[in-house]
Design a protein around this ligand. Sequence first.
Ligand SMILES: [Zn+2]
Length: 276
Amino acid sequence: MTNKLKLQVYHGVEASVNAYIFSDGQSTVLVDCLRNSAEARLLAQKIKEEGKLFTHILITHGHPDHYTGMNVLKQEFPDVKIVVNTQEIKNDIIGFSSWMESVGWLEKEPALKPKSESNPLGFDYQELIEVLERNELRLVEGSILELNSNYSSAECAHLTTIYSEDLNAFFANDFCYNVVHPWLAIEKQSIANWKNQLAEFSKTLAFVDPAVYPGHGQPGTIAMFDDMAKYITDFEEVVANATSRSEAMEKMQSLYPEYAQADFLLVYSVNEFVRG
Ligand SMILES: [Zn+2]
């Protein structure tokens, strides 16, 4: 086993989203690439400072807080491969970007508008995003990142988690938000699946007891799965009983006063379930 694998966590500002930089003696792999191009430029600088061969950007799932920076990174590093673990995730990314363009959300990030007949200079998602053939990414010196996307729809329709034996670290991706309000503007069935999967992680990972890295917020331990499940249960209760959106917002913020992104992620989640 190699123990040369090094991890740097890059905590993005917008949406409190994380990017993860893995390096060995010779190469670098990036997991996710932040919510906007300005922050992605700082991330690119960090990767340049590593001074290694930058081989892959893995996008874990089709939400823009995890992939908007990819155009900047691709321009800074033309040879890097942008990869996803399954075709479904590639489809999610293309679907989300097409939708964002249709509602005007890409006006701030015009380079991410999909390439089309009317926009031949747009981002060529089909061409530039590759689907991996095996559920793993390998660094040049042999360290392996084990990928798993075999989950039911939860925070997103398709999510990828990563386990590194070298680091004994589990990257729960958006199954976990640590002290950040999670995105819960999703179907009730997906919320149920999400809680089931958290219980499953608690059980199956107890023995190896890895460090747990969330999609948003600071790393922690496997206790994060129970904390996350409790938050979701509290949210379900609050939105079921609230008579107004502002009441639900207040209640959640009083239960979780130190949680970030109330004005963005929590607002959308509450609005999905509470009318008026
Ligand atoms: Zn996210």
